[in-house]
Ligand binder design. Structure first.
Ligand SMILES: C[S@@+](CC[C@H](N)C(=O)[O-])C[C@H]1O[C@@H](n2cnc3c(N)ncnc32)[C@H](O)[C@@H]1O
Length: 205
């Protein structure tokens, strides 16, 4: 890991993910989480204030980046429920089969290198009646925007910690073993190439 990834990137991700328009997205999905929760790519813990504490038993915060885990300290100190770190990537979830009620995935599927393996693990640890809650940016429905997403992704990945602009989120979830139950999608405010969001819920298929 170079100096940029270790010191600058966590700060940049924390700021970008803390934008008002993104926080408004969190409000729509995070309160749906309940029971034992696995948050994949917890980042700087920006979802913590949006959980409904009375529904939460425990949150496993999986986050491979030490810089992001450090950035999360303040949010963690204010968490009204227990948060246990898993300092591993989504491709190596160490939890038991069918042991969590909710998997929460916000703005992380864009970044996970082996998304197939990570989704297989999420499905494995989710109880059969559990729910995956997602909010992700990804491939836009307009051809022109898509073309720009494809052109920009190789450079974007280098400056944004491996983030892809062009991932077809619903298709990935379905290929990863999930059936989408509810989904909304739209452009948020901001540059169109990074602004198309998908959010909703899915269950093991
Ligand atoms: C754009 S940030 C989003 C953070 C957080 N989910 C949020 O909503 O603010 C993407 C996060 O995914 C993490 N990440 C990178 N590779 C990962 C992997 N293989 N598995 C899980 N998380 C990963 C990054 O360290 C980063 O914290």
């Amino acid at each position: 890991m170079n100096m940029y990834e270790q010191y600058c990137l966590p700060h940049l991700i924390h700021c970008a993910c803390g934008l008002k328009v993104i926080q408004q997205q969190r409000e729509k999905v995070v309160p749906l989480a309940k029971g034992r929760v696995l948050e994949v790519g917890m980042g700087s813990g920006l979802n913590i204030p949006y959980y409904d504490p009375k529904n939460i038993e425990l949150v496993w915060g999986l986050e491979p980046s030490e810089g992001m885990r450090k950035k999360a300290q303040t949010n963690l100190e204010h968490a009204p429920f227990e948060v246990r770190w898993l300092d591993l990537p989504g491709e190596e979830i160490p939890l038991r089969n069918e042991s969590v009620d909710t998997v929460l995935l916000t703005y992380t599927l864009c970044t996970i290198p082996n998304w197939q393996k990570a989704l297989r693990h999420m499905r494995r640890v989710l109880k059969p009646d559990g729910q995956l809650i997602f909010c992700e940016h990804g491939a836009a429905p307009d051809e022109g925007v898509c073309r720009w997403q494809n052109r920009l992704t190789p450079l974007w990945k280098k400056i944004a910690g491996g983030c892809h602009l062009n991932r077809p989120i619903p298709r990935y979830l379905e290929e990863g073993g999930f059936a989408i139950q509810t989904m909304d999608s739209q452009y948020l405010d901001g540059p169109k190439f990074a602004a198309f969001n998908y959010w909703g819920t899915a269950t093991p298929s």
